[in-house]
Design a protein around this ligand. Structure first.
Ligand SMILES: [Zn+2]
Length: 464
């Protein structure tokens, strides 16, 4: 189960259901439809138990709306109308997302928070917008960093290629915006930018060492060969001349000298051979030590070089992926968080203005306030519709089709409610009790309703 912040804006819709009337074509109903296509029933209430409960709730809602307008006039305050507007707007944002539970909870709570924040600053909407202008980018970058951190849940392909890139991207997600903003004249953010960039570089190098440099091929071929051990020398003297027989004392002396000389030569030859063998062995050992040293140095240099190259290439690849993830997370958080919250703020301000217009219209009945009332209601509903379209992430054509179908059905219900409610709360004023009179809106809705009713009658008569 993924955490909600990785789900919103990309949630798979739950099963779509129709109303409980027989023959309801569920296949034609889009996940964001509010009314069933066959009967025009309000789908969020379609699963409620039939009969009395639904009847009571629906009429309690209608009475509450009328009571809100009545209280606005009686208390001479826009607050009850604002409460009605807030409730209707909450339904307008939450109901189309009803098969996206996590996104719906996020949208409804986020909308309520923004609308309440706007309402506490009724007299200082510039302050509200300034605070939003600081808070929204901050939340944007924090959310981008969180998305980058959890990238393996929404971009498994990148995560498989390089898991560490997400952590580097989390660092970049706030370092790059901080750098841009600090260059615009906010030097205080330079430290944050520097920390983030150094952190990103250190992260990339760490990933380079761990998943690149420590996984090199350590076999180094093409080294100097070791010389074979030299064979022993076999220097020998030629065989001694056979001894001549001595022919007198003088000859004996000569023979003795000859024997001595031959013996000395033999000893010298053995000594020379031993010395030469020893020297050759020493030189051989020296050569082995030198070649071993050279080979070791070559191995060290080659491995270090490979390690450096692998570390560097892995670090660069990690940085490249990190930049890619940062861009994707920034775009995603802009669509899922920044744009919807900005739209919520626009809708929140529009609902405040709408409540003011309702208040003044109920007191004065001025046509200008009626126009303002309609314009602000349209702005709020359009902003909230755009918000749920962004958050449901469905193709635009389907969303627009869904929205127009909902608007047609809700508009029809709204005209009926306006006519009935307008006459109900306006009639006492017409008879001289209370501040509300039957005004342009009620009369217009009544005319519309009567015209629609007559056209329906005419059509029935034409095609029996
Ligand atoms: Zn139906």
């Amino acid at each position: 189960m993924l955490p909600w912040w990785l789900v919103i804006g990309y949630e798979q819709p739950g099963p779509v259901y129709g109303c409980s009337d027989p023959g309801c074509a569920v296949a034609e109903i889009a996940p964001t439809d509010l009314y069933c296509r066959t009967h025009g029933h309000f789908l969020p209430a379609a699963t409620w138990p039939l009969g009395r409960a639904r009847f009571v709730v629906a009429n309690a809602a209608r009475i509450a709306v009328c009571a809100g307008f009545l209280l606005t006039a009686l208390l001479d305050s826009p607050i009850p109308a604002w409460v009605v507007g807030l409730a209707v707007a909450t339904v307008a944002i939450a109901a189309p997302l009803r098969v996206y539970p996590a996104t719906r909870a996020f949208a409804a709570s986020c909308w309520t928070l923004v609308a309440l924040a706007a309402a506490t600053q009724t007299r200082n909407l510039e302050g509200f917008l300034t605070a939003l202008g600081v808070a929204l980018p901050t939340v944007w970058f924090l959310y981008s960093a969180a998305l980058s951190w959890g990238v393996d849940h929404w971009r498994p392909r990148i995560a498989a290629a390089d898991r560490g890139a997400g952590y580097v991207a989390a660092s970049l997600s706030f370092a790059l915006p901080a750098l841009v903003v600090s260059l615009q004249g906010f030097p205080a953010l330079r430290i944050a930018a520097a920390v983030g960039l150094v952190g990103a570089a250190a992260g990339a190098v760490t990933v380079g060492i761990v998943s690149g440099g420590m996984r090199i091929d350590t076999v180094v071929s093409a080294q100097l060969p070791y010389p074979p051990r030299p064979p022993r020398l076999n220097w020998t003297l030629p065989p001694k001349q056979p001894a001549a027989t001595a022919a007198g004392p003088f000859d004996r002396l000569g023979l003795a000298l000859s024997r001595f000389a031959h013996g000395s030569l033999r000893v010298s030859a053995i000594a020379a051979r031993t010395a030469a063998d020893g020297t050759r062995l020493f030189l051989h050992l020296l050569a082995i030590v030198v070649i071993g040293l050279v080979n070791w140095l070559v191995r060290v240099v080659v491995r270090t070089w490979r390690r450096m190259v692998r570390t560097l290439t892995t670090a660069c690849r990690t940085l490249w992926w990190a930049l890619w993830i940062t861009a994707a997370a920034t775009v995603r958080s802009f669509r899922v968080l920044v744009l919807p919250v900005a739209l919520f703020a626009a809708a929140g301000i529009a609902v405040l203005r709408w409540a003011d217009h309702v208040h003044r219209y109920l007191i004065d009945g001025a046509i200008a306030d009626l126009a303002g009332l309609g314009a602000t209601a349209a702005i709020a509903l359009l902003a909230l519709t755009a918000a749920w379209m962004l958050l449901s992430a469905n193709p635009l054509v389907g969303s627009v089709r869904s929205a127009t179908h909902s608007a047609e059905n809700a508009g029809a219900n709204g005209v009926v409610l306006t006519t009935v409610g307008g006459w109900t709360i306006g009639l006492p004023g017409l008879l001289g009790f209370g501040p509300i009179r039957v005004g342009w809106l009620t009369i217009g809705a009544t005319v519309l309703l009567v015209a629609a009713f007559l056209s329906l009658l005419a059509r029935r008569r034409r095609s029996p």
